[in-house]
Design a protein around this ligand. Structure first.
Ligand SMILES: C[S@@+](CC[C@H](N)C(=O)[O-])C[C@H]1O[C@@H](n2cnc3c(N)ncnc32)[C@H](O)[C@@H]1O
Length: 235
């Protein structure tokens, strides 16, 4: 995916603008949960604009960022003075920092890893960067979001996933058109159960799961009506 984000880097802020309400809805929850946290690590920070918005609301926190795409890092350095590591999250163990009070990983960064076994390995590395009291916040695309994919499609997906679960079914391939150029992209769409299991296997306990409407950014009552935002701690 590094190559994909290198290709779209200059258009990333326009893509993000289209999801502004969703991102703002998630940011609101993040800010309330991060308020008392001093050292914060953000993984997969993109162009840095979002983490800057969050930072402005958390004057007493110090931020560190990690991003794998070289082109995104170039933008990040223009947009932000936050300390940045240009590194793949799979190599998180290679950065020598003290532990963090909170770690964030926002907007389906986990969907860009190869498979669930790789995701568990990365989560275990994230865990090593946390204290027992630290919090971990991450949001992922929900493949059972009926408002995004339609009720009929989601009922079919839920039944198939229940009886014949296959991780690969969540892998999505799609095209993005930028300036008349077609760019190939891929990412994983998760079920609630799948991501909960991954967290559990890596040694995390879920404190709360939010379902956030992908258009309005409102908190929804049903896990079938939004993107999934997990707040977790070490077990
Ligand atoms: C959808 S963007 C989200 C950016 C930012 N978190 C935000 O919410 O605006 C996903 C970001 O994750 C980065 N990313 C993907 N895989 C990564 C990896 N293995 N290690 C570090 N960053 C990664 C991409 O380069 C991209 O900048």
């Amino acid at each position: 995916m590094e190559n994909f984000y290198n290709q779209i880097a200059n258009n990333y802020s326009n893509i993000a603008k289209k999801k502004n309400q969703f991102l703002a809805g998630v940011n609101k929850i993040l800010i309330s949960k991060l308020r008392s946290r001093k050292e914060i690590l953000d993984i997969g920070s993109g162009d840095g604009l979002r983490i800057e918005i969050i930072k402005k609301k958390l004057k007493n926190s110090r931020f560190t960022a990690l991003e794998s795409s070289k082109e995104m890092c170039k933008l990040f350095k223009k947009n932000s003075k936050i300390k940045l590591f240009n590194l793949d999250m799979k190599k998180l163990d290679q950065i020598h920092t003290p532990k963090f009070d909170a770690i964030t990983c926002l907007w389906n960064v986990f969907g860009h890893l190869k498979n669930n076994s790789e995701r568990v390995k990365v989560l275990k590395k994230i865990k090593k960067k946390m204290y027992k009291s630290s919090i971990f916040l991450t949001d992922v695309n929900n493949r059972h979001n009926a408002l995004s994919y339609g009720y009929i499609e989601v009922v079919i997906r839920v039944l198939i996933d229940y009886f014949f679960y296959n991780e690969k079914r969540g892998d999505a391939k799609y095209d993005i058109k930028i300036n008349n150029r077609i760019i190939k992209a891929n990412g994983h769409l998760f079920t609630y159960k799948e991501f909960s299991n991954i967290l559990d296997e890596a040694g995390f306990k879920i404190i709360k799961t939010y379902s956030i409407n992908y258009n309005s950014g409102k908190i929804m009552n049903s896990l079938f009506h939004g993107q999934l935002l997990f707040l977790a701690k070490i077990k």
